[in-house]
Design a protein around this ligand. Sequence first.
Ligand SMILES: Cc1cc2nc3c(=O)[nH]c(=O)nc-3n(C[C@H](O)[C@H](O)[C@H](O)COP(=O)(O)O)c2cc1C
Length: 209
Amino acid sequence: MIKKQTALEKLMEERKSVRKYEPGVKIPRETITHILQQATTAPSSSNLQPWRFLVIDDQEQKKELRIAGFNQAQIETSSTIIAVLGDNEMYKNAKQINDLNVELGYMPRDIADMMIANSETAYSAFSDAERTNIAHLDAGLITMQIVLLAKDMGHETVIMGGFDKVAFAKTYELPANEIPMVLIAIGKAALPARNSSRLPLEQIMRFSN
Ligand SMILES: Cc1cc2nc3c(=O)[nH]c(=O)nc-3n(C[C@H](O)[C@H](O)[C@H](O)COP(=O)(O)O)c2cc1C
């Protein structure tokens, strides 16, 4: 039986990393803001939402950033770069997040208080590196939502881990708790993306019994 491809399956199949962009194309800031707002539906560890975004759409700054971005042309030619940062002090927002859960009627007060206490105790006991690791996973989840939302709105993207994170943090004077994770280039394709193969499913999955 051939099942009809769902809209999500089609979107996922059609998203590809585009590296050649039409220079000079602008994406309105409202569009980027809308994508980021929608993307925040992503799940995160203890709902601490450690993602932070620095949006770079100034042409001169993108040109400069290409140097820290190992000279990847798409940094300069795409319309907008979204730098996804991870806040490794994310537990400091546990109270704000869970108080809002109570206010919105999503959670009783006693559960919220327990969540706040648990998050503050557990996360503050983790090392910086452990918290950064958690932030990386959460940043990956929201990154995927961003690129799919962008594709759904007709924009092409490429995710980039290949950039000098120390230089980036220095240029944008990031506070020590904000760790650069990936850059996402968004724009209009000048050339379609190369297709890319995937490992066969039999090689990557197994049932436990
Ligand atoms: C975490 C991460 C880092 C990546 N870094 C880069 C990068 O620095 N430069 C680049 O051109 N592509 C980068 N990519 C894109 C991958 O090369 C691409 O996703 C992969 O080859 C599969 O191709 P597709 O995205 O077109 O399906 C990265 C992707 C991910 C998920």
